[in-house]
Write a protein of this length. Structure first.
Length: 277
């Protein structure tokens, strides 16, 4: 028996939600004095309302090692996917969990993937691991091929504002940010090791979304045929606009659109759009 554990920053497709191989390990959200586990009880509309009403910046807490260990029970093989170690303590918590588990149990094979991404970047990696495991590859071969695939994943995003990322110290790789009052929207991406960087900027959200799509098309033109995912925080129209631009290129094997889960909603803020491919 094997499991694929993905911390709750990674969205699940409907197929993943009903597949017992996939399990979420929940982070925790905090808005003022209000606390919420990022699990099946998360309500995006309620969360965004609380964020809008609270002067304090929302915060998150990574899963405890015990949350991970609980999921190891009864498994022969476990693949763990966490959001970038440069953005969260989730990877370190998973590593502590594995070390603690191996003190009393050395029969299960466990590998932790630092996705060097977040949101649907984690989703893509989890689906690739599943594809490889279901194809009958051995544990070690799945790990090698999935780690190779991970290096090819890029994540891009445009947000209405970067306040939550900035106030939580997640923009160390960005030298300067333009004033949001000028309606200048940065187009963001990440380095190979998961540090957020700015790739460009445009005045107005629609032009920024077009620039986002253009950036993806230019960077992926030489590697066609890959699956692409879009996630959005309460912005289905924006996601559809970007999807339409990308579909017309014929570059991608599939394009799927998902709502952001709790942690992704916190950082994307109301209106944010994320692409991973």
């Amino acid at each position: 028996m094997y499991k694929i554990l993905i911390d709750s920053c990674g969205e699940f497709t409907k197929e993943m939600e009903v597949n017992p191989v996939f399990e979420h390990v929940a982070l925790q959200l905090q808005v003022g004095e209000w606390h919420q586990m990022d699990d099946d009880t998360f309500n995006q509309a309620e969360f965004l309302k609380k964020v809008a009403e609270c002067p304090a910046c929302p915060k998150s807490a990574c899963p405890s090692p015990e949350q991970y260990i609980k999921q190891f029970e009864g498994c022969d093989e476990v693949y763990i996917v966490t959001l970038s170690g440069n953005l969260s303590g989730s990877y370190n918590s998973a590593k502590t969990a594995v070390d603690m588990f191996y003190e009393t149990n050395d029969t299960a094979k466990i590998h932790i993937f630092d996705s060097c991404s977040a949101s649907i970047g984690e989703t893509l990696l989890g689906l690739k691991i599943y594809e490889l495991a279901e194809a009958g590859l051995g544990f070690e071969e799945v790990v090698v091929k999935a780690e190779e695939y991970k290096l090819s994943i890029n994540t891009y995003f445009v947000l209405d504002n970067l306040d939550t990322l900035r106030k939580n110290g997640r923009l160390s790789g960005v030298k300067a940010l333009v004033a949001s009052t000028l309606n200048i929207k940065p187009v963001m991406g990440a380095t190979d090791d998961g540090v957020i960087i700015q790739l460009g900027q445009k005045i107005g959200m629609k032009k920024a979304l077009a620039k986002l799509a253009e950036t993806v098309i230019v960077e992926k033109a030489q590697t066609p045929g890959k699956p692409l995912m879009i996630s959005h925080c309460n912005a289905p129209g924006r996601a559809a606009y970007v999807k339409d631009i990308l579909e017309k290129t014929g570059l991608f094997s599939s394009i799927r659109v998902l709502d952001t889960a709790g942690i992704s909603s916190m950082y994307a803020n109301d209106g944010g759009v994320i692409i991973a491919v």
